[in-house]
Design a protein. Structure first.
Length: 397
């Protein structure tokens, strides 16, 4: 029985599987059972920030697993503290709450914001259409208009979403009753849409007026993917809470909420918790990942990769304006918006040895690792060029 056949019999079918069975992975590539190599721009949905099986991360996992893999959060643990110190150095936030995923980070931020809001006479949450904050019912409540919500209402009350990058709608929606505004600095699932400078400036201006919390969901954009450790560091003002996950654990499940000293006092002892949050093996992998990013200058490399990829894609855009509508993003998070459904381009790339994801039905999302080599960039652009050329021929009247 093949792997897909076993999968169809045993796993709850909540994912639309791609026709590829991965046998192993290394660096920027994955390999199927026949040994065929695929350049990985799917990125484990933004998890494999420094590629697959990086030796520094693998060694750290082995070493920590040989010491202890779990002791519970009733005990202080050096891996948690060492990672927290690195996060403080890179982000400027002095406190961290650990969990296991981006969804759990969102839930922690919802609870924290609700408790803070109740103490300050504020009870409304605002987010933005096209945003994605997770799969739990609390996260779904922030995602008004999303198909992910269908069948799960009623959800958490007091939540609304307005158009992204629409200053007038934002101004009309916030008030003295707003407890928190949840925002992705670049909407990932929504089509790799960056927030405009004017929009973020307006958000912080309104925070000064109404005193709500700004919660930056950096689950996809964090860990240096956009060229700074946090995408929100592009602006002078800072969010009140920052959500991290995906690349944070070096391939293992790990999430975090970064916060100020004052916000860290809101929960209190027993106010929230997580059995596996801050698992020592995952924290060891996170420490190793961050040290590689710092040691190898990968923040700057992310910007360089993004510039080279976008230059090649813009050239392709000028040749095929009927197929490619827009090229956007920052660093190693790039969206290629098409004037057609993107599934055919994705499948053509897969057939030629490049893994890419489709989001928002017409957007090819590229999430390459920060260790990408120049020859990998050229190979990826070559495959994308052939896939776009094929799409142009097929759509020609």
């Amino acid at each position: 029985m093949t792997l897909p056949e076993r999968d169809a019999q045993l796993i709850v079918p909540t994912y639309r599987r791609l026709p590829l069975s991965i046998a192993r992975a290394r660096g920027c590539s994955v390999f199927d059972a026949e040994g065929r190599e695929y350049l990985d721009f799917f990125g484990g949905l933004a998890v494999t920030i420094i590629g697959h099986c990086h030796p520094t991360v693998v060694d750290a996992i082995h070493a920590q697993a040989g010491s202890f893999a779990h002791v519970s959060n009733y005990f202080p643990q050096a891996p948690q503290l060492d990672l927290a110190e690195l996060l403080r150095e890179l982000s400027g936030y002095p406190r961290v709450f650990y969990c296991n995923s981006g969804t759990e980070a969102t839930e922690a931020a919802i609870k924290l914001s609700r408790k803070w809001g109740n103490a300050n006479g504020k009870h409304e949450f605002l987010a933005f259409r096209g945003g994605f904050h997770g799969r739990s019912t609390g996260a779904l409540a922030l995602m008004e208009g999303s198909a992910y919500r269908e069948g799960y209402e009623p959800l958490l009350p007091g939540c609304a979403a307005v158009p992204f990058n629409d200053i007038a709608s934002l101004e009309a929606a916030v008030s003295e009753h707003t407890a928190a505004v949840f925002i992705e600095m670049i909407q990932g699932e929504g089509g790799v849409l960056p927030a405009s400078d004017d929009f973020i400036d307006a958000l912080y201006r309104l925070r000064r007026t109404f005193g709500f919390l700004v919660v930056a969901d950096e689950v996809q954009t964090g860990m240096g993917r956009t060229g700074t450790f946090l995408a929100s560091q592009r602006w002078d003002e800072r969010p009140d809470l920052v959500l991290l996950a995906k690349g944070l654990g070096g391939g293992l499940p790990l999430g975090a909420v970064l916060m100020s000293e004052n916000m860290s006092q809101v929960f209190g002892v027993g106010g929230h918790g997580s059995t596996f949050g801050g698992n020592p093996v995952a924290c060891a992998a996170g420490i190793a990942t961050l040290r590689v990013i710092l040691r190898d200058g990968l923040l700057a490399r992310a910007t360089e990769i993004g510039n080279r990829l976008c230059a090649g894609l813009e050239s392709l855009h000028s040749r095929y304006p009927g197929v490619i509508v827009d090229v956007r993003g920052r660093g190693c998070m790039i969206g290629l918006e098409l004037g057609i459904e993107a599934g055919g381009v994705r499948d053509a790339c897969l057939a030629s040895g490049l893994l890419v994801n489709v989001t928002h039905s017409t957007v090819i999302r590229l999430l390459p690792p920060l260790i990408l080599r120049d020859e990998d960039i050229e190979r990826a652009l070559g495959i994308l060029t052939r896939a776009i050329e094929l799409a142009a021929r097929e759509t020609r009247p």
